[in-house]
Ligand binder design. Structure first.
Ligand SMILES: Nc1ncnc2c1ncn2[C@@H]1O[C@H](COP(=O)(O)OP(=O)(O)OP(=O)(O)O)[C@@H](O)[C@H]1O
Ligand SMILES: [Mg+2]
Length: 222
């Protein structure tokens, strides 16, 4: 198993308020880790720490230096005036993006990812005009264009209808199956069971993790 992420004895706090205490878990290549837990338990806080936006109070987040993280945020309603085309929005996250002077390789890569996320037909339209599902696919495409080894989704499907959720996660699953890893924060048990290979359950005072087959027991507890 090739490790992507190793979290050791991680404690996270805002001021005096400890949100996560002594958390341990691992993500390996090929894992689809679903992160579950009640509202306010610290899932987004943990994601912020993994992205380097919040300094641990204690403990460590270990990642090989070659590992890049892609991030798909929870759906935010972009202004309908948002001017960039979907294509340009995706291109913004190229490692050396110089809009509009992209190289031929870069253009090809954008084409390929835009096609894989089923956005070709509307790629020249302003992102602000896209539907919720299309915006989420554009965020996913933008994250994927930087070739991350680990993709983090924080409730990225929450605002989508059922069919769209599965469509988006099928794309994520396709990415995972090519030797990457996924960390998916969700309140949706059906999605967790359908796509997860492992789970991490955050709960006040104690966290557990294990193979997805053990998730049902957690679900009954909650
Ligand atoms: N910037 C902040 N400053 C102080 N407290 C915060 C801050 N951000 C979050 N919190 C608090 O930390 C706790 C954990 O919040 P967090 O957003 O990580 O929960 P969550 O598990 O993602 O919840 P949800 O399922 O509702 O998204 C909450 O009590 C929240 O109020
Ligand atoms: Mg959250």
């Amino acid at each position: 198993m090739i490790p992507i992420l190793n979290v050791e004895n991680l404690t996270l706090a805002y001021g005096d308020k400890e949100v996560i205490t002594g958390l341990n878990f691992q993500v390996n290549q090929g894992d689809f880790l679903v992160v579950v837990g009640e509202n306010g338990v610290g899932k987004t806080t943990m994601v912020r720490a993994l992205l380097g936006q919040l300094k641990p109070r204690q403990g460590q987040i270990k990642m090989p230096s070659s590992v890049k993280i892609g991030y798909v945020p929870q759906f935010r309603n972009l202004d309908s005036e948002y001017p960039l085309s979907i294509r340009d929005f995706v291109a913004l996250n190229l490692p050396t993006s110089r809009l509009p002077w992209l190289s031929r390789d870069e253009r090809q890569k954008i084409d390929q990812i835009v096609a894989a996320t089923d956005l070709t037909r509307i790629a020249e339209r302003p992102l602000g005009m896209a539907s919720g599902g299309e915006k989420q696919r554009a965020y996913l495409a933008q994250a994927l264009v930087a070739d991350p080894q680990l993709l983090i989704l924080d409730e990225s499907t929450a605002s989508l209808d059922n069919e769209m959720k599965y469509e988006l996660l099928d794309l994520v699953e396709d990415f995972r199956s090519k030797g990457r890893a996924v960390l998916f924060v969700t309140h949706d048990w059906d999605l967790a069971h359908h796509y997860g290979t492992r789970y991490l359950h955050l709960a006040a005072g104690r966290a557990t993790s294990g193979p997805i087959s053990e998730l049902s027991a957690i679900e009954e507890e909650e």
